[in-house]
Design a protein. Structure first.
Length: 261
């Protein structure tokens, strides 16, 4: 498989049996419907390519993915809640990928960016990485299926802590929680993620896919059901004054002055 561009911001390259996929929308790699669609198309092409046995998702720029850009009217959520619904359609496609995925997280994975990191089977993180489900700071409801996927990985109690405080979790703390599988220096992050993906890829590919399918069960269907619920809650909260204040507060890096309306 030759190096390929998938849309404007997704690049892929086959290294041995590992498909290295790069999100190239720096500095924050904000999600959009088009970006997630291109990423899903790329990984689905990897599913169809016999030489691909595992994938690494990495990102250029300061953040792995800083979530949705609520300040931009042309991005995932600015054009109305239908945009979020379409975004979550792509999330379901990502959770439908059959071959294992390793995420190399070099910086912030926030909001929908955390949701994207949870698409991966394993997360290798640099010490600079931060993980946050900061939706309540925006006066918003969690999305991208996180209310299903995050408790599944780190347990209900710790997931609740992240959801209800919006706090950022450092890579080392994430390692103890099971959110992170390995911490590697920033300069060695890509190599560490490739090594883990290569360890998977050296095994019998049909057996790996079959085992993964058994372990994940009906995950994609569960994400579909959960994102439908998340979307309803987000639609209601988006109409509140608190949401407008939350967007301003996060942009201005301050605590929101919420009124409960």
């Amino acid at each position: 498989m030759k190096p390929m561009a998938w849309g404007e911001h997704i690049l892929s390259k086959l290294e041995g049996h590992v498909l290295v996929v790069t999100i190239d929308k720096p500095p924050f790699n904000h999600v959009s419907v088009d970006l997630m669609s291109d990423l899903a198309n790329c990984l689905m092409a990897g599913d169809a390519e016999p030489r691909v046995r595992a994938s690494v998702i990495q990102a250029e720029g300061k953040a792995f993915c800083a979530g949705a850009d609520f300040q931009s009217p042309g991005d995932a959520v600015g054009s109305g809640m239908g945009g979020i619904n379409a975004l979550y359609d792509q999330a379901v496609r990502l959770f439908s990928i059959e071959k294992p995925i390793v995420a190399a997280v070099q910086g912030a994975a926030v909001g929908a960016g955390l949701g994207l990191a949870m698409v991966a089977d394993f997360r290798v993180a640099a010490p600079e990485a931060r993980f946050a489900a900061n939706f309540v700071k925006l006066a918003f409801h969690p999305g991208f299926g996180l209310t299903h996927t995050l408790p599944r990985v780190i347990g209900e109690h710790r997931a609740n802590l992240m959801f209800l405080t919006g706090r950022r979790v450092k890579a080392e703390d994430g390692l103890g929680w099971g959110l992170v599988d390995e911490v590697a220096p920033l300069e060695g992050l890509r190599a560490a993620a490739l090594k883990l993906a290569g360890e998977i890829a050296e095994n019998a590919p049909l057996a790996v896919v079959a085992t993964r399918r058994t372990l994940r069960g009906d995950l994609a269907a569960a994400v579909r059901e959960q994102t439908d619920h998340e979307h309803i809650q987000q639609t209601a909260l988006r109409a509140t004054d608190d949401f407008q204040e939350g967007v301003r507060a996060v942009a201005e890096r301050r605590v929101g002055n919420f009124q409960g309306r």
